[in-house]
Design a protein around this ligand. Sequence first.
Ligand SMILES: NC(=O)c1ccc[n+]([C@@H]2O[C@H](COP(=O)([O-])OP(=O)(O)OC[C@H]3O[C@@H](n4cnc5c(N)ncnc54)[C@H](O)[C@@H]3O)[C@@H](O)[C@H]2O)c1
Length: 290
Amino acid sequence: MELERIKTIAVIGAGNMGHQISMLCAIKGFKTVCTDISQEMLDKADAFVNSYLDGRVKKEKLTREQAGQARATIRFTTDLEDAVKDADYVIEAAVEVLEIKRRLFADIDRMAPPHAILATNSSAIVSSKIAGATHRPDKIINLHFFNPALVMKLVEVVQGPHVSEQTLKTSMALCDALGKVCVHVKKEVEGFLLNRIFLRIYKEALWMLDMEVASSEDIDKACVYGAGHPLGPFALMDLTGIDLYHTMSMEKFRETGEVAELPSPSIVERYTKGHYGQKTGKGWYDYTQK
Ligand SMILES: NC(=O)c1ccc[n+]([C@@H]2O[C@H](COP(=O)([O-])OP(=O)(O)OC[C@H]3O[C@@H](n4cnc5c(N)ncnc54)[C@H](O)[C@@H]3O)[C@@H](O)[C@H]2O)c1
């Protein structure tokens, strides 16, 4: 399927990533349907659309007419079948748990039109682990956006051995149409390009914290003022979600049995208290006063 055939995009999950990917697709003129099992998340995403579009109009980044068009092209539903039945392209951004993703892809495969490409926005799970749950492995691909998806330009497009050249070409063309810069990851490697680098930075930062070499604030300062990173590793974890980092580490531990993959004590402590970062108001930093 060529890019020109993509009129409708379904986004699965309305969390940190899904609500912004949905907004992006709608602004770029695609009919967009966002689905989630949680009505509360969909309500939040719906409210975000209104406030985001208002803000863009106020800042003169969009005309009132463009904002109105984007608002009219996006809708939210808890009904998965309703979301994907007319979709030409599906972007899954549900929780980072392999079994949930495999079940979702099996369902979407039954419900979506046969020509539709089904992409996962997973941070680390390669699509070949999911493709086997469907009858269209050539159309299952990793399309990895970065947080916040409306702002960050990069998308990693990962070509597993099952992915057809056409699926790759159309997915890269779609990223282009969404105004993104995409990189072609030619082989499936866990974590793709950037997260492989960042996970090593996280691990090192957590080790220094747990060994009481320095505070999280000072480690962040070193990365910002010494390496020119826009955010240090702890502030970045707060943005992306400590729960996501915890889940990714646990998935890796389950897969490899390597004790070194287990989340560090300071991650477990925050995870068990529900301190996931910005989305819960507390993580490494306190956001409740802002
Ligand atoms: N947070 C990040 O910085 C980031 C960056 C890039 C990629 N990702 C990836 O994007 C995906 C989503 O991450 P997130 O941070 O948005 O997570 P999140 O926890 O903020 O949101 C996940 C959403 O999925 C919903 N969900 C769970 N099961 C579902 C199902 N069966 N059907 C529909 N919706 C379901 C949840 O209700 C929730 O709203 C993950 O695979 C993650 O690895 C995250």
